[in-house]
Design a protein around this ligand. Sequence first.
Ligand SMILES: NC(=O)c1ccc[n+]([C@@H]2O[C@H](COP(=O)([O-])OP(=O)(O)OC[C@H]3O[C@@H](n4cnc5c(N)ncnc54)[C@H](O)[C@@H]3O)[C@@H](O)[C@H]2O)c1
Length: 456
Amino acid sequence: MKKNQSSSRRKFLQQFSFSAAALAVPALAGAAENETPSFAILKRNGGISNLDNINLGLIGAGGMGVEDTKTALLVPGVKLVAVCDLYDGRLKDAKSRWGADIFTTKSYKELLNRKDIDAVIVATPDHWHQQISIDAMRAGKHVYCEKPMVHSVTEGPAVIKAQKETGKVFQVGSQGVSSLGNEKAKELLKNGAIGQLNYAEGFWARRDPVSVWQYPIPADASAQTVDWDTYVSNTNKRSFDAMRFFRWRNYTDYGTGMAGDLFVHLFSSLHFITDSFGPNKVYASGGLRYWNDGREVPDVLLGTFDYPKAAVHPAFNLSLRCNFVDGTSGTTYLKLVGSEGAMDITWDSVTLKRNKSMNSDDPFYIEKLKSSGQEISDRKQMQGPESITFEAEKGYKGGPYDHMNNFITAIRKNGKVAEDAVFGYRAAAPALLCNDSYYQNAPMFWDPEKMLLLKK
Ligand SMILES: NC(=O)c1ccc[n+]([C@@H]2O[C@H](COP(=O)([O-])OP(=O)(O)OC[C@H]3O[C@@H](n4cnc5c(N)ncnc54)[C@H](O)[C@@H]3O)[C@@H](O)[C@H]2O)c1
């Protein structure tokens, strides 16, 4: 590992010395074009896939289902033919948004029975992802399933099995993995831009009620307008409760808390960038500090994750945190830290910061260098900028489009997706184990390669 890392570091330093001349190498051509060494443009190459018609069905037509469908309809040749939802209001909205001839139903099985549908988007609450995805693949449909792929860590293998047995294209919806920002970060890490990775972190800070899951409840919400019996048919039976239906993220029967909703995005990006299979130890702490609205999930959550040494990366630690009572609000970011620098990564930008100098006049350090046979020189060196930002070119359609286009292209060309069932499970598992750790007040141990929960 050390040998690989130092040779990739040398490679990076050869390619990327922060001088304007070095920026002219092909991997960093965007920077050279821009002619400022501290800023570079990320470009998306490649055209659109061929135009074979793809007929789409949407299952779960709430916030994300509508967004995913709007994105899918931007890909040439995609047509929406049917929408399924358990609430009348969403079906009415679907017809007014996409036309009266759209087929609507409250039964996803009725939608899956239609022969004219090639692919479905599954954007229901998390507790339905597994069953609907499996039923859809077995009914011959390709599936774009929202994250997290599954609601509990035990549910993943059945999705992987269904995907393998049916050969259908299955993509999980963490859009970041298809973004220019994630691709650039992967390239920079591989080229040694931050030296040897040892730490990563990410956080969310939110404060306003809607962002922290106090969604509006429609005035007509009732057991007449909602198919409640179906909603709870795969979990604990209860009588109709509009809060549990429209604010499902707050309840463990349906949602997966902050970890399943938000941490999972960072696991997906981190695993894509590092090629990691995941952590082997997960520990969470947190609490319900403010939003005492009946929710069963914490509103402050911290997770720490140990990534063991693997063939493709050294051992490193990950720290994730989410605060829904953060008066400063703030940003979501993924930071990767290495021995020689760090990267702040978003879907459309990467800011790379490097240590200016590693030199020291500490006598002990100098003695150590000498005894290891290294030459000591007090000659000053050329130095490049400490920071460089790569930004997506103006007009970039974004990670969500790239991710959906990746799914549609895979269907048309019988190709691979960025986030298949195995990848999706490896991203979901540590997030779900984070919840298990929080509720059980104990660390969780996971074999990321074999995807197995280990005994404590
Ligand atoms: N990738 C992302 O960035 C992103 C962002 C937001 C949400 N999501 C994911 O999308 C999913 C939906 O989240 P949302 O915010 O859109 O929630 P939402 O409540 O707005 O929408 C969910 C919809 O599913 C319907 N539904 C519930 N059970 C159903 C069933 N069995 N069959 C058919 N319809 C059913 C509900 O009536 C509702 O309209 C979640 O898994 C969430 O994690 C992903």
